[in-house]
Design a protein around this ligand. Sequence first.
Ligand SMILES: Cc1cc2nc3c(=O)[nH]c(=O)nc-3n(C[C@H](O)[C@H](O)[C@H](O)COP(=O)(O)OP(=O)(O)OC[C@H]3O[C@@H](n4cnc5c(N)ncnc54)[C@H](O)[C@@H]3O)c2cc1C
Ligand code: SF4
Length: 339
Amino acid sequence: MNNFNYTRAKNIEDAVLSVSQNSDAGFVAGGTNMIDLLKYNLIHVTLLVDVNHITGHQAVTENADGGVRLGAFATNAETAYHPLIEARYPLLSRAILAGASAQIRNMATNGGNLLQRTRCYYFYDPHTPCNKRKPGSGCSAVGGYNRIMSILGTSEDCIAVFPSDMCVALATLDAVVTMQGVDRTRSLPFAEFHRLPGNTPERDNNLQPGEIITSIDLPANGFEKNYSYLKLRDRSSYAFALVSVATGLDLKEGLINEARIALGGVAHKPWRVKGAEDFLAGKPPTPGNFATAAEIIIAGAIGYGHNNFKIELAKRAIVRNCLMALNPESQRPGAHPSL
Ligand SMILES: Cc1cc2nc3c(=O)[nH]c(=O)nc-3n(C[C@H](O)[C@H](O)[C@H](O)COP(=O)(O)OP(=O)(O)OC[C@H]3O[C@@H](n4cnc5c(N)ncnc54)[C@H](O)[C@@H]3O)c2cc1C
Ligand code: SF4
């Protein structure tokens, strides 16, 4: 771990100024990922700017348009257990609670969750080539051990997965991310926030240097009647997703009025395919229609050897999760039907 200076930002302007004036400065929120990155010498900072004492962005509040605003510095636990989120966005609550452990969720913040780095084994091993850690050095996962890696949206430069659970639900809900830089505030639809690796895998998202996330807005429709989050992993707690699916359905007179389906654990960003959602609109919610939607979503998937199993697993998980969304009660622990 390298030596660095530490400062507590008093407000957003103070935080943004400190980081934009020093290219080796970084923010720390809950620290659950940042401190590991520093300890493993994967990143180097000369100044760490603590954003935990900034007031005004730590709450979950209702917006005038009927939606809800998540403060970037609210913790994952505060968000998941907030009465507004439990009642109106249970999909988000379930997704957050499927992640990490209670202790980590008590520390982890909403902004930090969006910006957590991949869990690719080679990224965390500085003795191996990794284009994300050291651009141009190569990718050890292509041709290496790649069981947890992506099957969709990959490039020859990187096949890493973005590991968040919370973000899979945020993608389904069409959330909007707001960020502030030195001279402007801007917002991005969730689908445009994270990036595919392409030939710049060192960039996980479209946040610009010096910008800080201040809030995440949820539109009014939380799909609270018909939703489900399914996380498939090697053990039943405290593990990242091999494949996860978030589904929100709006049903009218026995037909699907609107469907939203996003996948985690399969790509460098939460994966949504509009064509599959359009296919389901106006159709009955049958296993056959969900299976066709799954084929559309997974079209073009590529296995790299050890992760080939994810292709079939993802298709089955989509169908199973869409059926579970018809009966959200089925998400009670122990109530899951087997695959
Ligand atoms: C053992 C373990 C298991 C885990 N399991 C899961 C899991 O199953 N599912 C899951 O989704 N997650 C999991 N996580 C990840 C965890 O959810 C993230 O580490 C956490 O959400 C990051 O939030 P943080 O506030 O601690 O961020 P930090 O670690 O403080 O920061 C992370 C990054 O975000 C930047 N940052 C933080 N806040 C802002 C902001 N507002 N604006 C701009 N930049 C900012 C920091 O500079 C840093 O680059 C796990 C973590 C651990 C350690
Ligand atoms: S998959 Fe991406 S993060 Fe993993 S070794 Fe390759 S370049 Fe690095």
